[in-house]
Design a protein around this ligand. Sequence first.
Ligand code: PEP
Ligand code: MN
Length: 339
Amino acid sequence: MIIVMKPNAGKDHVQHVVDLVREYGLKEHVIYGTDRTVIACLGDKRMVDKGAIENAPMVEKIVPILAPYKMASLEVKKDKSLIALGPSGFALGGKKIGVIAGPCSVENRKQLIETAKAVRDAGCIGLRGGAFKPRSSPYSFQGLGKEGLDILAEARDITGLAVVTEVVGVEQVSLVAQSADILQIGARNMQHFPLLEAVGKTSKPVLLKRGMSATLEELLLAAEYIINAGNKNIILCERGIRTFEDYVRNTLPLAAVPELHENTHLPVIVDPSHGTGHAHLVPPMCLAAVAAGADGLIIESHPDPEHAASDGAQSITPAALKDLMKRIRRVAEAIDKTV
Ligand code: PEP
Ligand code: MN
């Protein structure tokens, strides 16, 4: 349930209600909105005397939260969350679309620094690159690990871009959080609950990718795990789902973008690289994602896709990225946004 305070409720009124909520054994999350404060209460509500809470000074009303995900839902927080990213503090979720680009994997220093500079010059705000790679085959390139993280950190220092990299296991969270600005939870790990809780205990923004067979409700419940552990800075990412269709690697359901916006305050970005698997399909899907209201994009870009250690087929060159950014800008303008 949500306790909605009257517009001019003071800190002492809020604290009094928080104390009552705790007396009933519930966990509270206080959300300070632009014009009023709401207190979301989580836990077993059977023993709660709602009348007693409703009578507390400056309480306006108590409303149930209908969505199974509570803190991630628009019912609890009506204004969209802005997530501050990297050294520049770029606010993802607002009128300015944030584009993140970079290789699937960090392969070596030259490859990453060269790509990072091109990504910055194209007008992107973030640099992606996997250091720990979740590969379907144990014989495929698994990433450079710690060395990859060091190269990413250097690229951030040179370019000022926000660095996004995947964390594959609980034991890596603190190591990856030292170098990355944004912790990526990959599609294969969307329901790795101990990992969700572990990134929830950090203060780094989390890029949560939709599992390839997960429903939107399951995606939002995964976000709920992270918020419940203490971290509200979550970016949802649609990266395509598995269907019977085989002309693409995954089917990219762009309707997920407006649907998520109707149900959550969290920003939503789209990954057209994993969402299609083919470089020639990436630009049109980027434009469509922006038109559908995506708050950002994450795009795989490699200086030499033919020789990429992973996902070359879906990687666009830095030159193609530069050209694509110009076209993204024009679509953004058409819907009163900027890039
Ligand atoms: C990736 O971003 O390189 C990746 C492995 O993505 P996903 O988890 O969406 O497959
Ligand atoms: Mn990839």
